[in-house]
Design a protein around this ligand. Structure first.
Ligand code: 5GP
Ligand code: ZN
Length: 110
């Protein structure tokens, strides 16, 4: 099982901020900003390359819930980041979106 599947299964503890039958959102263990939430589908999808017609509903659902999750953390302005593959710095091979905010960020992405 991957680390995020272990977190979903409750085998690795996490600070959950939102959970339902489709997705889980929890605080990043190594935050880069005052608000840094990881949002994952409950099903294991390795990375953005594996999004297809069958599972893309989880991605749209995550984006449907992002405003609510952000609001629960007291932010209304934020950056959503997905790393896909090793060159992009993906270290956990379970599709996830970083919700980052609570600080003034630069205009550039990298
Ligand atoms: P990636 O680099 O794959 O896009 O992001 C993986 C993120 O998961 C990193 O920001 C890292 O800090 C976070 N992370 C890795 N292991 C754990 C863990 O066991 N618990 C939590 N809460 N976050 C983790
Ligand atoms: Zn997984």
């Amino acid at each position: 099982m991957c680390i995020f599947c272990e977190i979903i299964a409750g085998n690795i503890p996490s600070t959950k901020v939102y959970e339902d039958e489709n997705i889980l959102a929890f605080k990043d263990i190594n935050p880069v900003a005052p608000v840094h939430i990881i949002i994952v589908p409950q099903v294991h999808i390795e990375c953005a390359n594996d999004i297809n017609a069958e599972n893309s509903k989880y991605v749209s659902y995550i984006f449907e819930k992002i405003p609510e999750i952000a609001k629960s953390q007291g932010i209304y302005s934020y950056r959503v980041i997905n790393n896909c593959g090793e060159d992009a710095g993906q270290t956990v091979k379970h599709l996830h979106f970083h919700l980052v905010g609570g600080v003034q960020m630069g205009e550039k992405i990298i």
